[in-house]
Design a protein around this ligand. Structure first.
Ligand code: FER
Length: 344
């Protein structure tokens, strides 16, 4: 199954690149519309949602944790490996009513194993990639989210943390479907409204969470990384710690092999408002071998830098559009949180 997914995705990427280069798309998985945009009809797009599947054979460095502000490109084995003496949380599915979408919507929540109403916890909102839903991360054990958050808390590096995995496709009509064209990505751009006005209030009412930006974190992969940057720039007062991993194009006008992007904002708008409270930590990262979003995350970094928006940029040598990037981003986000809070 893993190999089939990789094959379908690889074939899709090659076909999309060819379709763009030649100006025609006659592959059976493709339907290239008159405006040059690509509509995906392949059934299994889960590799986009949560990253290209990797065989877990790569050796990872394993040094002692050092409490400093340095980025480590790879998540150390010590933090992604399941330990016998640590109890990990389990994902639970639940729903909330979204005024934004006018419908009941689902999310998965990873509560610490010993979650108790007597304690209060920080919350990480974690956004999936295109074609994904609230199961994209919870159904993929190889992203090691449970292990990374559980091990770092067990070692006392971070506080026990709740992870919320929403469905980022905030459609307002039942027949809207995700795809590679301007109309089909609008529900992703609408997620900011669902998150801020519906999901966050629901989480804060339903679970024992710590309020405020110091305790509210945002991260996302690919399409989720793009929306993470968008939401952070729009509402920096809500999120103190942010990580955008392998972010998809389209935040600013662009054209890639999948589609032409009108852009959610202009290049010069890609910054915080002059009087904004900025996040304490804002990471933008990407693998150096990303076969899906290429150098778009680097372009975002350069624009943020040009426009004076403080952030940390790093690359994960050799990582593709995959869980190596996701593990790295999450590990480094938690490491930065730990270091920043230790200095407070
Ligand atoms: C695009 C390239 C990649 C795009 C989205 C993606 C909407 C997202 C990939 C992913 O989420 O894995 O042009 O346009």
């Amino acid at each position: 199954m893993k190999k089939i997914r990789v094959l379908i995705l690889s074939a899709f990427i090659v076909a999309a690149v060819c379709a763009c280069g030649s100006g025609n798309g006659e592959d059976s998985n493709m339907d290239v519309s008159g405006n040059g945009d690509v509509n995906v009809t392949a059934d299994d797009m889960s590799s986009f949602a949560a990253g290209i599947k990797t065989d877990e054979t790569e050796s990872i460095s394993d040094t002692e944790f050092v409490h400093n502000g340095e980025i480590e490109e790879r998540c150390p084995a010590k933090y992604e490996a399941a330990r016998n003496d640590v109890s990990y949380g389990e994902y639970k599915h639940a729903t909330y009513y979204s005024q934004t979408c006018q419908m009941e919507r689902g999310y998965n929540i990873l509560l610490p194993a010993d979650y108790s109403e007597d304690k209060k916890y920080p919350v990480l909102y974690l956004l999936h990639g295109i074609f994904g839903d609230e199961y994209s991360f919870s159904n993929d054990g190889s992203n090691k989210i449970k292990e990374i958050v559980g091990n770092m808390a067990a070692d006392g590096i971070i506080d026990e943390t709740i992870v919320v995995c929403p469905n980022m496709f905030a459609a307002w009509e039942a027949d809207q479907k995700p795809g590679f064209d301007s109309q089909s990505v609008l529900p992703y751009d609408n997620f900011i409204n669902d998150l801020v006005n519906d999901l966050m209030p629901h989480i804060e009412e339903t679970y024992s969470v710590l309020a405020g930006r110091e305790n509210t974190y945002l991260a996302g992969f690919s399409m989720g990384g793009r929306e993470t940057i968008f939401i952070t720039l729009q509402r920096p007062e809500l999120f103190g710690y942010v990580c955008a991993i392998s972010s998809a194009p389209g935040l600013v006008p662009a054209k890639d092999s999948f589609m032409t992007h009108e852009g959610q904002m202009s290049e010069s708008e890609m910054k915080f408002a002059d009087d904004a409270v900025e996040p304490n930590v804002f990471i933008v990262c990407c693998g150096t071998s990303d076969s899906v979003v290429g150098t778009f995350p680097k372009q975002y970094h350069e624009l943020l830098e040009t426009n004076g928006a403080k952030h940390i940029w790093y690359e994960i040598t050799g990582a593709d559009h995959d869980n190596n990037a996701i593990k790295s981003g999450l590990y480094n986000l938690f490491k930065q949180i730990a270091f920043d809070k230790s200095r407070a």
